[in-house]
Design a binder for this molecule. Sequence first.
Ligand code: UDP
Length: 494
Amino acid sequence: MGPDFCDSPPSSSSSTASSHHVVLFPFMSKGHTIPLLQLARLFLNRHHFAVTVFTTPANRPFIVHTLSDTAASVIDLPFPDNIPGIPSGVESTDKIPFSSMSVFYSFAAATKLMQPHFEQALQSLLLPPRYSFIVSDGFLWWTLESAAKFGLPRLVFYGMCVYSNSLSRIVAKNRLLPHLDDNNNDESKSITVTPFPWISVKRNDFPPVFTELVYSKGLASEFHLNCLKSTENSFGLIFNSFYELEAVFIEYWKQNLLPKPWCVGPFCLAEPKAWPRPTKPAWIEWLDQKLEQGSSVLYVAFGSQAEVSTQQLEEIAIGLEESMVNFLWVVRKNELELTDNSDGFEERVKDRGMVVRDWVDQREILMHESVHGFLSHCGWNSVLESICAGVPILAWPVMAEQPLNAKMVVEEIKVGLRAETCDGSLKGLVKWESLKKMVKELMEGEMGKEVRKKVKKVAEMANKAVVEGGSSWWALESLTDEICKENKSSKCGD
Ligand code: UDP
């Protein structure tokens, strides 16, 4: 099946308005797609570029809906069928069980089967307006080859901050973590990250698959190696971050790592502050009530991907109940029954707690004046959204690079406190007693006060970075200039 043009491709009238055409290709997971759609707004609104987003049929409605107020075009390509372990119709990683990483790797590897369709679609789009460049997710390593075939520069996006990305690269390259089979299996042993002597990491700061990647040859290591090679050979790496947030790490990257980094975020600030809608969702009305009562609320959410066990959900419920704070807790749909098990919990806390089992506008919640704290898994988007809203974080990493993000939040930028598991491991339980203590500290304690003060300052810096003359504003300016020079075959707008 050839490319399916769901929305009309950019018309010739847009070719006169837009001298550039940006092709965006996000990876099929919410945490990777959302920031690229926010980036689309930067290109559309600030530079008036034409933007085409590539996706798959099942992901299309979310993308079309998210960009419905823009002039972006969306093209969907057929997603490969018969991938081992992936039920037919599942085209997004939030719908696959993460308990088995091998399923994720077959999903990611299968995306390469989309390459011929992608190139066919690029071919048919090679009419005015010309492309200027492709921005694609780092997991779609094969898009570099496609970009090269059409003479287009490719920029890579990973969704990680510079801190976590550079630490991972340094630790992997220098094999700083001992092999799991070595006798040296002490999980709590600290290892100094040489270029940054004040930073020490433990094995638990990396997902279990990380050491496998470094030491063994298999689907996972082959996949990451492909991604790394293709990233290093790309024109540049776009970071959803801003210079002032992690200057030391950006400078290190510029001197030591490839490709050239561009910090043009936080992307979430490119979104409108409020979306037009007929009625307010129940949870926003609930937050409004809390605000009227002069009460502050803790927002609790673990993103779109993390799986929280039944036992852990129950510990969270008790911890929140015992802490006596007001809370808004968003659980994923498949956790519905699990929290229902918590024996009258919602009834008992109904005056000060609300559980939501729906997709929410997280930014709207974080920006609500009543929200004074965020118990978060530290997905990078959630961290940035919290920072931009001036809300301090209780960091509880669950998977992927989240432990590094949590270290960054707590130790580097000091905008949050840490929730600790009982055995220090990533998979360990956070017991209700410890959760209660940390929730109270964040919402009412002295340490909470400190991080709240700090996050307000960082929020100001973030907002300054994206407005005219700010660091991210300039970075995007110079990025588009350089792309113009690189892309000699296309005529750049004056
Ligand atoms: N998100 C949302 N509503 C939800 C759940 C998640 O808007 O109900 C958004 C959230 O605001 C963030 C993204 O989904 O932009 C999740 O990305 P993050 O990096 O925080 O975590 P991930 O889901 O990748 O683990």
